[in-house]
Each structure stands twice: as C-alpha cells, then as structure tokens.
Ligand binder design. Structure first.
Ligand code: ZN
Length: 125
C-alpha cells in the first residue's frame, strides 16, 4: 500500500467487491488515469484508525479572532468548519470571507474598508 507521492486531492479510498482500494488519479482531462491499489485486510485496521484520528482532529475546536480589529471576541468553530469556511467560499465563489463574531462587527469591518464590499446574501439588509 504505497501509492506514489501525489497530491492528496488526487487520492481516494474506494470500496469494490468488499475490498478496499486506494485510488490515485493522475493526469488531467482525457489523459486522466486511475491506479488502484488494493488494501490488504491486515491494513484495514490501520486505515480505520487513521480515519478516526483525522475525524477527531477535525472535531477539535479552534478559536479564531474576530476580524474586526476593534473587537476582542473570538469565534469558536471546529477545524472542519474553519476549513469549510475558507476553502469552500474560495472554491465556490472565488472570494475570501472574513469571520466576524456578529453582524455589527462585519458591518464595522466593511465600513473600515470603505463599505464597498458586497455581501451576496445580505445585500438587502
Ligand atoms: Zn467582533
């Protein structure tokens, strides 16, 4: 079970006919290839433990300072939420979002930065 060094985004776990496989995707577009590596039964436990450990890490609460420089509040979220927060907005809307503890802080932050930023969901508020 040693897939070649590759971008973690291109590695998947797949189940087929009761067997577990690492799937490594190479190339792009039409030249895309998938290599399947069977995971032995004896290695399944290890995978389970790794996945469980990963889940625990993602469940950890992190504190993030409110982006309003005048505010000292901290926003609590799990690492998973935090990752989701930054990555998904960047991917879906190609914009970076700044976490604020409240609507007031967000408004204040926009004010500081000229108030020209448009928040899609809050346009009419
Ligand atoms: Zn705040």
């Amino acid at each position: 079970m040693c897939p070649p060094d590759t971008d973690s985004e291109n590695v998947f776990l797949r189940e087929k006919n009761g067997n577990l496989y690492y799937v490594v995707r190479n190339g792009k577009g039409n030249g895309r290839k998938e290599s399947w590596y069977r995971i032995k039964d004896s290695e399944k436990d290890l995978i389970d433990r790794i996945l469980e450990g990963k889940k625990q890490i993602l469940d950890e609460i992190v504190e993030f300072p409110c982006m309003n420089p005048e505010c000292r509040n901290k926003i609590k979220m799990t690492k998973e939420q935090l990752e989701e927060f930054f990555i998904s907005y960047k991917k879906k809307y190609d914009m970076v979002v700044f976490p604020c503890c409240s609507k007031e802080c967000r408004d204040r932050l926009l004010e500081i930065h000229g108030g020209e930023l448009v928040c899609r969901n809050n346009k009419n508020q």
